[in-house]
Design a protein around this ligand. Structure first.
Ligand code: CO8
Length: 261
C-alpha cells in the first residue's frame, strides 16, 4: 500500500476504521483523498481479515465538508463530467463493498460529504452533525450520486426541497427523515454503536452478507441512468459563469451574485 497522507487507518478485531484527516479544511475531499479512499476500499474488499468498515472524519467539527472547493473551482465543462464519474465510481465501490460499511458522521456532512455518508450502508451521527447538499449555492449540482441516493433514502419531495434550497438539516431531522439510523451525543458513543453493529454482523456468514448487500443494492439498479444524467448535468454546470461566480464567492468569503449564464 502506498503511503497515505490524508487517511488514518486503524484495525481492531477485524473492523477497519478509516479517518479522513484534513481537519484544517474540514476534511474536504481533494483528489489525493479520493485516490487514497479508492486504494483503501479496493484493498479492503479482498482483505479477508477485514469484516467491516467504519468511516469518520478527524476532529469534532466535520465528517466531510464536501469536495475541496479550491480544487473544484478549477474544474471545467470538459473535465467536470469525468471528474463526477470518477467520484461516482469510488462511491459505487463503497456501496457495493462485500462487507458492511458504516459512516460515523461526527459533524458537517455536506455536498460530497453527505454523498459519501449516503454511499455507506448505515449512518450513525453525533447530535451536532449537519447534513446538506449545498452545491446549488456554488452554481452546480451534486456530482457524486447525491441526486440519486438522497432521493432513494428520504424520498423525492424532501430530496427536491433540500437539493434546491441547499438547506442544512440537523441530526434530529436526519433521524426523522431516516437519513441516519441512530443519533448519539458523543463521537465515542457513535463509534461504540458502530462497533456493536459490526461485531454482530461479523459473526454472520460472509458470503451471504456480500450477497445480501448486492441484493439490497439491486433495488436501485433502474436508477443507473440517473447517475449518468447527474454526471452529464454536473459537467454542464461546470461550463457556466455562475459556477465560476459561486466558487469564487466561497473562496473570497462573500455571497455569490448569480446571473443565469
Ligand atoms: N473545500 C475546501 N475548503 C473548505 C471546504 C470545502 N468544501 N469547507 C470548508 N473549508 C475550509 C474553509 O475554506 C476554511 O479554510 P481557511 O481557514 O483556510 O479559510 C476552513 O475549512 C474552515 O471553514 P470555515 O471557516 O468556512 O468554517 P465555518 O465554521 O465558518 O463554516 C461550513 C463551516 C458551513 C461547513 C463552511 O465551511 C462551508 O460552507 N463549507 C463548504 C460546504 C460546501 O459547499 N460543500 C459542498 C462542496 S461542492 C461538492 O461537494 C460537490 C461534490 C461533487 C463534485 C463532483 C466532481 C468534481
Amino acid at each position: 500500500m502506498e503511503e497515505l497522507k490524508n487517511l488514518l487507518l486503524e484495525k481492531k478485531d477485524g473492523i477497519l476504521v478509516i479517518t479522513i484527516n484534513r481537519e484544517s479544511a474540514l476534511n474536504a475531499l481533494n483528489e489525493q483523498t479520493l485516490n487514497e479512499l479508492d486504494q483503501v476500499f479496493q484493498e479492503t474488499d479482498v482483505d479477508k481479515d477485514v469484516k467491516g468498515v467504519i468511516i469518520t472524519g478527524a476532529g469534532d467539527k466535520a465528517f466531510v465538508a464536501g469536495a475541496d472547493i479550491k480544487e473544484l473551482a478549477l474544474v471545467t465543462e470538459v473535465n467536470g463530467r469525468s471528474m463526477a464519474e470518477k467520484g461516482q465510481e469510488l462511491f459505487d465501490r463503497i456501496e457495493r463493498l462485500s462487507k458492511p460499511v458504516i459512516a460515523a458522521v461526527n459533524g458537517f456532512a455536506l455536498g460530497g460529504g453527505c454523498e459519501l455518508a449516503m454511499a455507506c450502508h448505515i449512518r450513525i451521527a453525533t447530535s451536532s452533525a449537519k447534513f446538506g447538499q449545498p452545491e446549488i449555492n456554488l452554481g452546480i449540482i451534486p456530482g457524486y450520486g447525491g441526486t440519486q441516493r438522497l432521493t432513494q433514502l428520504i424520498g423525492k419531495g424532501k430530496a427536491m426541497e433540500l437539493l434546491m434550497t441547499a438547506d442544512m438539516i440537523d441530526a434530529a431531522e436526519a433521524l426523522h427523515l431516516r437519513l441516519v439510523n441512530y443519533v448519539f451525543d458523543s463521537k465515542e458513543a457513535v463509534l461504540e454503536k458502530a462497533f456493536e453493529i459490526l461485531d454482530k454482523i461479523k459473526t454472520k456468514a460472509p458470503i451471504a452478507i456480500g450477497l445480501l448487500i448486492d441484493s439490497v443494492n439491486a433495488v436501485h439498479t433502474t436508477g443507473e441512468n440517473g447517475y449518468q444524467t447527474e454526471a452529464n448535468a454536473f459537467g454542464r454546470c461546470c461550463g457556466t459563469e455562475d459556477f465560476l461566480e459561486g466558487t469564487t464567492a466561497f473562496i473570497e468569503k462573500r455571497k455569490p451574485n448569480f446571473q443565469g449564464k
